[in-house]
Design a protein around this ligand. Structure first.
Ligand SMILES: C[S@@+](CC[C@H](N)C(=O)[O-])C[C@H]1O[C@@H](n2cnc3c(N)ncnc32)[C@H](O)[C@@H]1O
Length: 221
């Protein structure tokens, strides 16, 4: 699992765009996707699970000022950047299971979390927890990597070329590629469907995707 320590938090905002083509487009689509389920004027409660340094909070706050945003993240350094960036967002250190009051939510947005969980077994557990916290009709938008990566694939080589072009040192390129090859990437479409079904969620619908990253939308049935 990658570590979201102080160094990572300090460089995250530029790094996310360097490492992953389409980062901002995915977040643009996440905003539109949430608005497909939740009326902009409603005093809706929307959880940003794995809020990180707060980019999505800032974007949502600007566009939907009536929504009450709650951000949860287990990394204090990431949350500390989010605190400076976001005013009026309820930011909490921890994971979802730490907060019993986060129920009857109108929406959950979780970008970049699923593939950072330490094991594949924890992925359906997270989807289950999200399902339990939503009100019927509530929306869940999950952004995660598309797996798996294959050594020597054009997909990985193109990323490495991108990183090289952005000035990343050779050893970091190698380390990062190794991480991509060993990360707990999301499973097949069939498994995802099964996880969502058993969490009481509709079948996840792709809202945005590149060869690297996907955004899936569903609602609590
Ligand atoms: C790749 S960052 C994504 C941050 C932000 N959502 C974004 O799109 O820029 C992943 C974040 O997920 C957090 N995270 C890791 N495990 C988590 C968990 N079990 N629950 C919630 N957040 C978690 C990390 O601390 C990190 O801040």
């Amino acid at each position: 699992m990658s570590v979201f320590d102080e160094e990572r938090a300090r460089t995250y905002d530029s790094g996310a765009r360097t490492y992953m083509a389409g980062y901002e487009s995915l977040h643009d689509m996440a905003r539109d996707g949430l608005a497909a389920y939740i009326e902009p004027q409603r005093n809706a409660r929307v959880l940003l699970l794995g809020v990180g340094t707060g980019y999505e909070g800032e974007q949502l706050q600007q566009r939907f000022p009536a929504w009450q945003l709650i951000g949860v993240d287990p990394s204090e350094p990431m949350l500390s950047v989010a605190r400076q960036r976001l005013k009026g967002v309820d930011l909490r250190l921890g994971v979802l299971d730490d907060f019993d009051d986060l129920v009857d939510l109108d929406g959950v947005l979780s970008v970049g979390v699923l593939h950072h969980l330490p094991s594949r077994e924890q992925q359906p557990v997270l989807i289950q927890s999200i399902g339990r916290r939503l009100r019927p009709g509530g929306a869940v938008l999950v952004g995660c990597q598309v797996g798996p990566y294959r050594e020597g694939s054009a997909r990985l080589k193109a990323l490495q070329a991108r990183w090289r072009h952005q000035g990343m040192a050779a050893e970091e390129i190698e380390e990062r590629a190794r991480l991509f090859l060993t990360q707990t990437l999301p499973p097949t479409r069939e498994q995802l469907d099964e996880w969502y079904r058993s969490a009481g969620l509709s079948s996840p619908e792709p809202l945005f995707s590149t060869a690297y990253f996907q955004l899936l939308a569903a609602h609590k049935v």
